[in-house]
Design a protein around this ligand. Structure first.
Ligand code: LLP
Length: 431
């Protein structure tokens, strides 16, 4: 998926360009995120830690919301919360007026705890249980996305016990579009477990039109994630347009982020230009458009901070081993995602190193061939663009305590999730 260019020694602008806007170097050369020095953050919160530039995240939310409003009346931006399902992120994006996409009962509970207006919830999942759908209906979720015929049966049953209640729904369409991304995160192709191919979608639409409890508002399509080319998005819009005219079209997420120097994702504006032009060309003029960005909302506001434990030289590669790894960032092992990195106090490139984690697996690499300047034990390593899907996929492998999340803004930091403790690791034990 992402390009690899291990020998590249980045310029200051190249490397700083991967960090959240507003990052800079203190006079002594130490990296600052949201005005906060990396060394002071490490001292205060320990490592590994996930830092979030709060100003950058808010700015991105506004850029999406304003960008859609400027291009289309009545558009809705819904954050695909699986990308960063932490209460403080839900709260921040609720404050910014975004809608929220949830994909499970857990995300639903977190969204509600974060203050999301239930009417602004879009309820997803390819295997929604009675409990999840029941909770969604009970909360008053704005839209439920029908992925399969069992969703229809379940919802009908649940609503039968709530007289007078009606639930607005969308049908998730599998458009048979295959974007150029990692197989595991491509979802719109024939053979995907998500959604209904056009003939089945027509059948679901007919059934829903006959329902007196489910109100069919429109269609949903989501073709995958980390997509760096806009063409497949257009193809997806054209595919759903074949199903007739509806009031609402949720066009999903999927816009890729810039993880490496070689990645050239479309900007939010370019992406919205293409989507709204495709909608203009193929969908009813009055239809409400929803977009569901996950990764492109949060990825580049996040920075992971690690401490170097050991540097091993003399073999084929220089191994720089830090105190985190695949416990807090599974993107590399699951999808082969490339990340860049720097020593936080000696910003820039240097000798190519293999930046590895502390886990008992050779696949536990954070970045292969990453140029680091004179790395030594005790140094801090900053890995940019870790705001998406790292918190979500963090785990306790090797008894790792999941890291804290720290919001940084205007030189002030605040923890919004604390580091797990060893007691937390035993909290679910039944003795
Ligand atoms: N809408 C739906 C229905 C989705 O399933 C997803 C992501 C999105 C929106 C947001 O897509 P995004 O804008 O983030 O690309 N675990 C993988 C990513 C899986 C994405 C799943 N669905 C990873 O760590 O890269």
């Amino acid at each position: 998926m992402a390009a690899t260019n291990p020998s590249h020694s980045p310029s200051y602008d190249d490397l700083m360009g991967l960090f959240p806007p507003g990052s800079d170097l203190a006079p002594d050369g130490t990296l600052r995120i949201g005005g906060c020095r990396a060394d002071e953050l490490a001292e205060r919160y320990g490592t590994p830690a996930l830092l979030v530039d709060e100003g950058a995240l808010r700015a991105r939310a506004r850029r999406y919301a304003d960008g859609l409003t400027a291009r289309r009346t009545g558009g809705t931006v819904a954050f695909a919360s699986k990308a960063f399902p932490c209460t403080a992120v839900y709260r921040l994006l609720a404050e910014e007026g975004l809608s929220i996409d949830v994909a499970s009962g857990g995300e639903l509970a977190l969204a509600l705890a974060g203050g999301t207006d239930p009417d602004r919830l879009i309820v997803h999942g390819n295997a929604k249980t009675d409990a999840y759908l029941g909770a969604a209906v009970e909360a008053g979720a704005g839209l439920v996305v029908i992925d399969n015929f069992d969703d229809i049966d379940r919802l009908e049953r649940i609503l039968a016990t709530a007289p007078g209640r009606e639930q607005a729904v969308l049908v998730r369409v599998t458009p048979d579009v295959r974007p150029d991304t990692h197989e595991a995160i491509s979802t719109g192709q024939r053979g995907s477990k998500f959604g209904l191919l056009l003939p089945q979608a027509r059948e679901a639409i007919a059934r829903l039109r006959g329902s007196d409890r489910l109100r069919l508002d429109g269609l949903h399509v989501h073709i995958g994630s980390q997509i760096l080319d806009t063409k497949p998005f257009v193809q997806a819009v054209e595919a759903v347009a074949e199903l007739g005219d509806f009031a609402v079209y949720d066009l999903g997420g999927g816009l890729g982020s810039r993880y490496t120097y070689d990645d050239r994702p479309p900007s939010v504006e370019e992406y919205l230009d293409v989507l709204t032009a495709a909608a203009e060309a193929s969908l009813p003029a009055a239809a409400r458009i929803i977009v569901e960005p996950g990764r492109s909302m949060v990825a580049d506001s996040g920075v992971s901070l690690y401490r170097v434990v050991t540097v091993k030289r003399g073999g084929e590669e220089t191994f720089v081993a830090v105190d985190g790894g695949m416990g807090d960032n599974l993107e590399v092992s699951l999808y082969g995602q490339r990340f860049e990195a720097t020593v936080a106090t000696r910003f820039g490139g240097g000798e190519p190193c293999r930046l590895v984690g502390r886990h008992c697996e050779s696949g536990d690499t954070l970045s292969a061939g990453v140029p680091l300047r004179d790395p030594r034990p005790g140094d801090l390593i900053a890995v940019p663009v870790t705001g998406a899907y790292t918190y979500s996929l963090s785990n306790n492998y090797n008894g790792a305590r999941r890291p804290p999340v720290v919001f940084c803004r205007d030189g002030r930091s605040r923890p919004v999730v604390r580091r797990e403790t060893y007691e937390d690791l035993m909290r679910r034990d039944v003795v």
